[in-house]
Design a binder for this molecule. Structure first.
Ligand code: MAN
Length: 522
């Protein structure tokens, strides 16, 4: 009997001990993630995870906060900084702030945070897992479609690179040929221009001589007042043996004007008369002009121009004399000359070239045109070469993933502005209310993180903001079936952020990672 009661007692104690230790374990490990369970496995004492304190084991999860880091109360809301781990079997284990434990709201999908309240939490982990798997599968499928397009882009990029190389070689060859042609055309041009220049110079010289003769007749220009207007005096006025028309107008005419002797001042009486006379002169000149245009037609040779000046000369010769009623004819002519001498000299257009010179000019013109045409071709081919080289220098991804962007612009419309990015070139903010476009950046660089450089690109040094930085744009890429701007914002003043979908950003690893329907057991 004694023995049997002893055995019974031992059995009861053992069972009790097992139950108690099971409860202790359950209590102690409540809210502890599996990765930290070993730290909570000692039965004698517990060391706070931050190492600040060692406490008796019973203090763990006793609803009183002992550790500064809250690690002694993972399963209660006693520590304000504690964390409770929801196991969420079948879904994803999550850590929540421990003050949410027992607050009457189900935070964990397995309901474990409300273990001691009367709230009934449905286990939603299964549904969440299903939803998450569906999302993962959709993402995988998107990347799969995107990757197929991306491969197409990469293949086209490889073809484009070799086509560009071939085209560059062709253009370089073409450039060599047309540069040689240009040299030939230049030689021909020089050959044609030499006799042309000679003939034109001859013509100019003749014309200058003719004008010098005319000038000589203008004794009022006789600078030494010896009443003889010598060739030397004419030369000193002309400033050279021969001058062109522009020089004549600017320099020589100035000198002639300065050399002109002052006209005698008419008396008051004479002045009144002059006014009258001037009117008559105007009238006479008008009539003369009309008569000239109807009878003589256009002046074409030296003689006609010469005659014209001759009239003036006779007027000038008399300008020393005093104003006198009896000499009003002289006054008329003097005034006419003084009023008109600028007109006569300024209208002094050179006569037409002779036929031989004209022919030489025609030949030279033809040679010049041919030269210019080849020169234009050279420029055009050089520009094409430069464009192709620039294109080749653009970083379109290690396998040409972003090559489809080349020479393409994309728009995004929002309330106030249309944002336009022209890839690898610039980005603009176009106001819908009118006004000029604002450049918000020029192509700068790929700026993604070191393990994913092609995730972002930057357009920098745009128009400077008033009292602020130069505008800039950062584009973040994400996988999508088409190339498309999804969003544009200005999170910081004058720093714009664009979200852009493109197959070029799709990931082969994501595309090929099969999402298993039940990869986590319940
Ligand atoms: C314009 C726009 C804005 C920008 C301001 C800065 O209004 O370019 O995006 O913030 O200028 O002054």
């Amino acid at each position: 009997m004694l023995l049997s009661s002893y055995i019974t007692s031992v059995l009861i104690i053992t069972v009790f001990a097992t139950i108690s230790s099971g409860n202790i374990e359950l209590t102690v490990l409540r809210g502890v993630p599996s990765s930290l369970r070993s730290k909570y496995a000692q039965l004698k004492s517990f060391a706070c995870l931050d190492g600040s304190l060692t406490i008796p084991f019973e203090y763990v999860n006793d609803d009183y906060c002992d550790c500064r880091d809250g690690s002694d109360e993972p399963g209660t809301s006693a520590c304000p900084n504690g964390r409770f781990f929801c196991e969420n079997k079948g879904y994803i284990g999550t850590s929540i702030p421990s003050h949410l434990v027992g607050d009457g709201i189900c935070d964990c999908c397995d309901g474990s945070d409300e273990y001691e309240t009367s709230v009934v939490c449905n286990n939603t982990c299964f549904e969440l897992a299903q939803k998450s798997r569906a999302e993962q599968e959709a993402r995988r499928a998107l990347h799969e479609v995107g990757v197929a397009k991306k491969k197409d882009i990469m293949a086209k990029s490889i073809a484009a690179v070799s086509a560009r190389k071939v085209r560059l070689l062709e253009l370089e060859q073409e450039l060599r040929t047309i540069e040689n042609e240009l040299k030939e055309k230049e030689a021909l041009k020089q050959l044609a221009e030499a006799p042309e220049n000679e003939a034109k110079e001859k013509h100019q010289k003749l014309w200058d001589e003719q004008r010098a003769i005319q000038l000589q007749k203008h004794t009022e220009l006789d600078t030494d007042q010896e009443n003889e207007f010598t060739v030397e005096e004419v030369r000193s006025i002309l400033g050279a043996d021969s001058v062109n028309f522009d020089e004549f107008n600017v320099t020589v005419f100035e000198q002639i004007s300065n050399s002109y002797k002052k006209l005698p001042q008419p008396s008051t009486e004479a002045a009144a008369h002059l006014e009258d006379v001037t009117e008559k002169i105007d009238e006479a000149l008008k009539q003369q002009e009309e008569a000239t245009t109807t009878t003589s037609g256009t002046k074409g040779d030296y003689e006609e121009v010469t005659d014209h000046h001759h009239d003036d000369d006779s007027h000038h010769r008399h300008h020393h004399e005093d104003v006198d009623h009896h000499h009003h004819d002289e006054i008329i002519t003097t005034v006419a000359t003084s009023l008109d001498h600028g007109k006569h000299i300024h209208d002094d257009t050179a006569p037409e070239y002779d036929d031989e010179t004209k022919k030489l000019m025609e030949i030279a013109d033809h040679a010049r045109n041919e030269y210019n045409e080849v020169e234009r071709k050279v420029h055009d081919v050089k520009r094409q070469i430069e464009d192709l080289r620039k294109q080749a220098d653009v970083d379109v991804g290690p396998h040409g993933e972003y090559a489809a962007f080349m020479d393409h612009c994309f728009d995004y419309d929002e309330r106030e502005y249309t944002y336009r990015v022209c890839m690898f070139k610039d980005a603009k903010q176009i106001s819908k209310g009118g006004g000029s476009d604002v450049t918000i950046g020029y192509w700068d660089a790929w700026t993604g993180p070191s393990d994913n450089k092609y995730l972002k690109m930057k357009y920098a040094n745009g128009a400077t903001c008033w009292n602020g930085p130069a505008r800039s744009l950062t584009i973040t890429f994400q996988c999508g079936v088409d190339h498309k701007v999804i969003d544009v914002r200005e999170p910081t003043r004058c720093e714009y952020a664009m979200l852009f979908e493109t197959p070029s950003a799709c990931d082969e690893t994501i595309a090929t990672t099969i999402v298993h329907p039940n990869h986590e057991e319940f």
